[in-house]
Ligand binder design. Structure first.
Ligand code: 13P
Length: 343
């Protein structure tokens, strides 16, 4: 089983490929659809995701895996093919978001704890039967005046480790996602504060993974990049983000982890690409560094589609373009002028 986990994890971070996070919960996809004036129904959600998974160029060449929401893993394309089969047919691995969301943490104002461990073993077995070979669990850590607390970091790290162990027991590769938020309400977080909190969080997570006997070779880490908070009023250069992010990862992530696939977390499409490209161009690293973007891979495709079937081709082209740019970033060969050439 362990060799199989390693093999899947390595496929997920294959050279020049990355992960499409299309696992928006019903509430989040509604927000995305609201932004383009489209009603969120089971059918529109299916049509949108079917469009992405049928984008042949993107799926075959640049996407290694797709994270799905429960509903999508059970849905069929218009011609009756299960959506997960479209992903497999394109050579990518279907995955599933298994956490039940971040909830307010008791007696810890402004902090959240991710729920979803109860009954997880049984759900993982069922998801494996539906074709999922990896899973995702997202913990969120907010920066503020008195935040994060030790309690919040420990509780979230512990839940991530329990989740990861259950995944591996059931032949599923865990994506371990501790996200230090960049878009919180507070203005006290510059890039240095993001570095400190990310370092603390990742150390706590790897301690807990060790205690839970999680096999590092059979997991993928999905962290935030080290960036200033959006409301901090400070900016950082691409090189500074790359330098600090690589530094914090080198000091906390064991080399046995096969790959690190970043979340985009509210960065603009091009920033997310530029930061990843700089890291891969500037450093020789023990793990693959790639993308597992949601918004930064889908925003342009969502706009181009606009809920109209006649725009499907345009939506697919927009998705393929972003996927190709991020693939080049994962190879360290993306340059800003490539965006304009392709536009
Ligand atoms: P973003 O890239 O939009 O942050 O989403 C990635 C993700 O899967 C968050 O859990």
């Amino acid at each position: 089983m362990s060799e199989r986990l390693e093999e899947i994890a390595n496929r997920m971070v294959a050279e020049g490929k990355g992960i499409l996070a299309a696992d928006e919960s019903s509430g989040t996809i509604k927000k995305r659809f609201d932004s383009i004036g489209v009603e969120s129904t089971e059918e529109t959600r299916r049509d949108y995701r079917e469009m992405l998974f049928r984008a042949d160029d993107a799926m075959r060449n640049y996407i290694s895996g797709v994270i799905l929401f429960d509903e999508t893993l059970r849905q069929k394309a218009r011609d009756g093919t299960p959506l997960a089969e479209l992903i497999t047919a394109a050579g990518a691995v279907p995955g599933i978001k298994v956490d039940a969301g971040a909830k307010p943490m008791a007696l810890s104002p402004g902090e959240q704890i991710t729920e979803g461990l109860d009954g997880l073993r049984e759900r993982l077995k069922a998801y494996h039967g539906l074709g999922a070979r990896f899973a995702k669990w997202r913990a969120v850590i907010a920066i503020g005046d008195e935040r994060p607390s030790w309690n919040c970091i420990q509780a979230n790290a512990h839940a991530l480790a329990r989740y990861a162990a259950l995944c591996q027991e059931n032949g599923i590769v865990p994506i371990v996602e501790p996200e230090v938020l960049m878009d919180g309400p507070d203005s006290v977080h510059d890039i240095g504060r993001c570095y400190e909190v990310t370092e603390w969080t990742l150390n706590a997570v790897f301690d807990q993974l060790f205690d839970a006997n999680v096999q590092l070779e059979g997991m993928v880490l999905k962290p935030n990049m080290v960036v200033p908070g959006q409301k901090s009023g400070t900016k950082a250069s691409v090189e500074e983000v790359a330098e600090r992010t690589v530094r914090v990862l080198k000091s906390t992530v064991p080399a046995a982890v096969p790959g690190i696939a970043f979340l985009s977390g509210g960065q603009s499409d091009e920033d997310a690409t530029a930061h990843l490209a700089a890291m891969n161009a500037m450093y020789d690293l023990p793990w693959k560094l790639t993308f597992s973007y949601g918004r930064a891979l889908q925003a342009a495709a969502l706009r181009a589609w606009g809920g109209k079937s006649e725009n499907e081709r345009a939506g697919q082209q927009a998705f393929s373009h972003r996927a190709r740019m991020n693939s080049l970033a994962a190879l360290g060969s993306w340059k800003p002028d490539m965006e304009r050439q392709a536009a």
